[in-house]
Design a protein around this ligand. Structure first.
Ligand SMILES: [Zn+2]
Length: 114
């Protein structure tokens, strides 16, 4: 499962950060997730819960903020939210859209208990 390897990657980062900052217990992990990553937040949470058992992040809450896909039309410069990455510009119907957001995937914050 795609989400399982991602959850593993998140845990690796958490463990790394925890070591650097001498954190013994992680309570909240905040994540930004662009819609273009095609990661399903609920299954990611599920995998995260599984994979953190017995680690310093066991029972930690995973807060996922989804970032919409936004783009700018290369033709008329209009910025808008895309429902999917292959739609036309609502202004001029142009097809050449530069994607601005939606590819985000990073941890923005790790909170510890103390
Ligand atoms: Zn346009």
């Amino acid at each position: 499962m795609h989400e399982l390897s991602i959850a593993q990657g998140i845990l690796d980062i958490i463990q790394n950060e925890a070591e650097k900052n001498a954190i013994e217990r992680v309570s909240v992990v905040r994540l930004k997730l662009g819609k273009l990553t095609a990661v399903e937040p609920s299954s990611l949470s599920f995998c995260f819960e599984l994979i953190t058992k017995g680690t310093l992040a066991e029972g930690a809450r995973l807060e996922i903020e989804t970032v919409p896909i936004t783009g700018r039309c290369a033709q008329c410069g209009k910025e808008f939210i895309l429902e999917d990455p292959f739609c036309n510009c609502p202004g001029c119907q142009g097809l050449k859209i530069d994607i601005l957001t939606g590819r985000e995937f990073y941890i923005c914050e790790i909170e510890s208990d103390d």
